[in-house]
Design a protein around this ligand. Sequence first.
Ligand SMILES: Cc1ncc(COP(=O)(O)O)c(C=O)c1O
Length: 181
Amino acid sequence: MAETIVMGKKMNFEAQDRRGTYTTKLDDAIKKFGTDDLLPLWVADMDLASPVCVQDAMKKRAQHPLYGYTVYPKRYYTAIRKWMEKRFDWKIKTNWVVPCYGVVPSMNFAIEAFTKKGDGILIQTPIYPPFASSVKHRKRKLLDNTLVYNNGKYEIDLEDFETKVKEAKLFLLCSPHNREF
Ligand SMILES: Cc1ncc(COP(=O)(O)O)c(C=O)c1O
């Protein structure tokens, strides 16, 4: 394997094939799309190996045979705060961090927390499908600031955004953005 050192950590940038290990994007493609002869770009699932230090930490944890409930140590929050500051120049407080298992459940919790049934929620399509389905399942009104395809790039229609955001109680920003094919 071709390993490279990035920020002091071992990485392998060779694409891996996860076929046959119950992958959503590959092993479910025939059921979803009727063929597996495609590039499944609808889902943000990488073909690159996790950094070696992450693999090692997972292996170390798995060696203990009890996989019970766990607490979040202080260094978990410190790592998130440091990442936010280093990467986004954003100082956050520990009590702003609410651990949650995945973006989609978090999005549903945010919709419940910040809006009521019938409230408008703005998204920008084309987008990862659960953005729209979460809004619909929670019986909120879906507002769509459709992105404009221009010279091979998607752009925000800012005029439309300004109009629709006035009706919205919540804006769900997908960043980085990916689209449904
Ligand atoms: C844009 C985007 N957001 C979120 C998710 C899902 O995130 P999570 O891994 O937390 O379920 C995906 C998965 O494809 C995605 O494409």
